[in-house]
Design a protein around this ligand. Structure first.
Ligand code: BG6
Length: 487
């Protein structure tokens, strides 16, 4: 893909964790691939505690290079990547410094992208400061999550940013939307005639969406303890995945057609009655345990976490969608830290055949299932029943696989790379529109409120397991179980 879209990519939070692990490595990969970034495109990193460009490049060499080396570093490409990087020492609290920024970038070509890889409390001050020096024109702004803490605070940020930038200039990142298999789900559903007729209540029994992590809160204890899994993962990533799975076919793939359909799903989520929360939501917190042979500590003893913390590190939910396509079909969502495995997947359980001429084994579980594995080993796998070789009609579960790395040996991109290219090229479809975000906050708020005041602490689970037993019991009530419990 050749591009001539020139750009000036201004990275606020230039020495932050996200810049180090995700944003700069993604820009490097796009640069290394060749043809994805216009030659004239520049990256302007903004930081306060670094004096000049030389010192910043040293920081990049020390901290970013190790993250890009995993695919084998191309030293020539690395050197030319560094040549794209400029630096601006800016104190975000000092509006005068933005005059310096404006002067530094005024002669640079192309669209301006302001990427706010900072805490959300800085979003509004940065936007005001940009506007005060006229930098909100001919520009795009990228907002990282968390965008607010609840509906009210998210609205406050969106109102303030919205006074300065038009909605078409605002790119709210949810990096799960940049994962290739998520977009492949759209291709699978809307590019093939096979699945769409069956993608509805008549043929689907239940759907599970899991994002499980082995990692704990790492160095983010302080942030996480004030956030919890519901805000960190459910309000955004899980509800976005749910809306992609459940949406109606859009009129086209243009950004508003896709986002309109996702919004319809979010607005159709059955509101949670606070009295039912115990039945449809499970919250847990990890205790000590063993992950892949290594002992790991309890959440409450992690740095930055209050010892009596009631913050959830695990959530499982039963969600319903009130529309004709999905009425009565339970969607089970689950996410947690320090679980038994790192896996993100969507499981569509189709109904059993209505009558089996092939005997009872044709009705058993393990077939009529589609599993979309987002990570690791991105695959779409369709489980079917087949006859076992030999005498008699004995059936066994077999699967048809679309393993992306076998079909497409080249061109796979990390989510951030894909999304950053979308920002530079002005493609909004994979970014969250304000109304989607509001609908998602509105839906999770009764749970947030209930848990805030509840006297019942989160249910404990040992690290290295699949979370509290209550999460399994919730599915058992619907005659089903989590995928790993079947194996
Ligand atoms: C982030 C969360 O949005 O997603 C983290 O803040 C979480 O807590 C991460 O670890 C998971 O993303 P991925 O792509 O590693 O599954």
């Amino acid at each position: 893909m050749q591009t001539d879209s020139s750009f000036t990519f201004v990275l606020f939070g230039g020495t932050g964790d996200l810049s180090m692990r995700k944003i700069l490595p993604a820009l490097y990969e796009a640069h290394r691939a060749g043809g994805m970034l216009a030659d004239s495109g520049k990256i302007v990193a903004v930081a306060r505690h670094i004096e000049d460009r030389g010192e910043y490049l040293q920081w990049v060499n020390e901290h970013v290079k190790p993250h890009v080396s995993k695919n084998g570093l191309d030293e020539t490409a690395w050197a030319s990547f560094l040549a794209r990087i400029e630096f601006a020492k800016i104190d975000l609290g000092n509006p005068d410094d933005f005059v310096l920024l404006r002067d530094a970038i005024k002669d640079l070509p192309g669209i301006r992208v302001f990427y706010l890889a900072t805490g959300p409390s800085l979003f509004v001050p940065i936007c005001h400061a940009l506007a005060s020096v006229g930098l909100n024109a001919n520009s795009r702004i990228v907002l990282e999550k968390p965008l607010g803490y609840d509906l009210k605070s998210s609205n406050a940020i969106n109102d303030a940013v919205g006074e300065i930038f038009a909605e078409e200039q605002i790119y709210r990142i949810d990096h799960y939307l940049g994962k290739e298999p998520v977009q492949n789900l759209l291709a699978l559903r809307f590019g093939n005639v096979l699945f769409e007729p069956m993608w509805r209540r008549e043929w689907v029994e239940s759907i599970q969406i899991t994002i499980a992590e082995e990692l704990g809160v790492e160095a983010r204890g302080d942030f996480y303890d004030n956030t919890g899994a519901l805000r960190d993962m459910v309000q955004n990533h899980l509800l976005q995945l749910l809306s992609i799975v459940a949406m109606e076919p859009p009129h086209s793939m243009d950004s508003d057609s896709v986002r309109d359909e996702k919004l319809r799903v979010l607005r159709a989520l059955k509101p949670i009655d606070p009295r039912d929360i115990g039945k449809v939501a499970v919250r847990g917190q990890y205790h000590s345990g063993v992950i892949r042979g290594t002992a790991v500590p309890a959440y409450a003893t992690e740095a930055g976490v209050k010892p009596d913390s009631a913050t959830e590190t695990f959530v499982a939910l039963k969600v319903e969608i009130e529309n004709w396509r999905w009425a009565g079909v339970p969607f089970f969502l689950r996410t947690g830290k320090r679980l038994a495995d790192r896996v993100a997947e969507i499981v569509v359980n189709f109904r059993a055949v209505p009558h089996s001429a092939l005997g009872a084994s044709a009705l058993r579980a393990g077939a009529n299932r589609l599993v979309i594995r987002l990570q690791p080993n991105e695959t779409i796998r369709l489980y079917c029943l087949a006859k076992q070789p030999g005498e008699g009609m004995n059936l066994a579960s077999v699967h048809l696989d679309l393993a992306f790395d076998q079909f497409f040996r080249e061109g796979q991109m990390e989510a951030y790379q894909l999304l950053l290219l979308d920002v530079i090229n002005g493609r909004l479809a994979l970014f969250v529109r304000r109304d989607e975000q509001e609908a998602a906050w509105r839906w999770v708020e009764p749970i947030l409120d209930e848990w805030k005041t509840s006297t019942k602490p989160p249910k404990p689970y040992a690290s290295g397991t699949w979370g509290p037993a209550a999460a399994s019991a919730m599915l058992a009530q619907h005659g089903t179980c989590w995928l790993e419990e079947e194996n």
